[in-house]
Design a binder for this molecule. Structure first.
Ligand SMILES: [Zn+2]
Length: 166
């Protein structure tokens, strides 16, 4: 988790929300990423999706058709400093990640932007089986995420004082 925290610190230093992620296989870090939503101007560039995207490209293996068998990352562990949002959590499911290790939880941080969402509710809804481990270095992970730079507060083109471009 400390490696993921270093990615989160990089994300924050680059003007993004401070979230970091990595993928581990057999105890070895084989992929890492961080939130780059602001710096890449890609609303989907959350730490987990960046990690999965980069790792999939690096592996160079064809991605198995969805639900046709074991996913590309079966047996892999994804670490993330903050509970994955629904988009990222489902991407992990499709990729076949076996275990997700979470630092900070939305509910414990008081983040209400996702309503009553928890990753367990998504797994129950979709029927995917992923082992969840959480609370690892919670306070450090939460501190890096907030009060970080917020897209809506700093860069939104929809704000009168925003950059006016997308
Ligand atoms: Zn996400």
């Amino acid at each position: 988790m400390r490696v993921a925290l270093a990615e989160a610190a990089r994300a924050r230093a680059e003007g993004n929300i401070g979230v970091g992620s990595l993928v581990v296989r057999d105890g070895v870090v084989i992929g890492r990423g961080r939130n780059t939503v602001n710096s890449s101007r890609d609303i989907t560039a959350h730490a987990e999706t960046v990690t999965l995207r980069d790792l999939s490209l690096a592996m160079g293996a064809p991605i198995p058709p969805y639900l046709s068998g074991p996913g590309l990352l079966t047996g892999h562990v994804l670490y993330t400093t903050v509970e994955p949002c629904p988009m990222c959590a489902f991407a992990c499911c499709i990729a076949g990640v076996s275990t997700i290790v979470i630092g900070a939880r939305f509910a414990r941080m008081g983040v209400r932007t996702h309503g009553d969402y928890t990753i367990e509710k998504l797994l129950e809804l979709t029927g995917h089986r992923v082992e969840i481990v959480s609370g690892i270095l919670h306070d450090e992970c939460a501190a890096l995420r907030s009060p970080g730079t917020r897209w809506a507060a700093t860069c939104s083109p929809f704000r009168a004082d925003g950059p006016g471009r997308w």
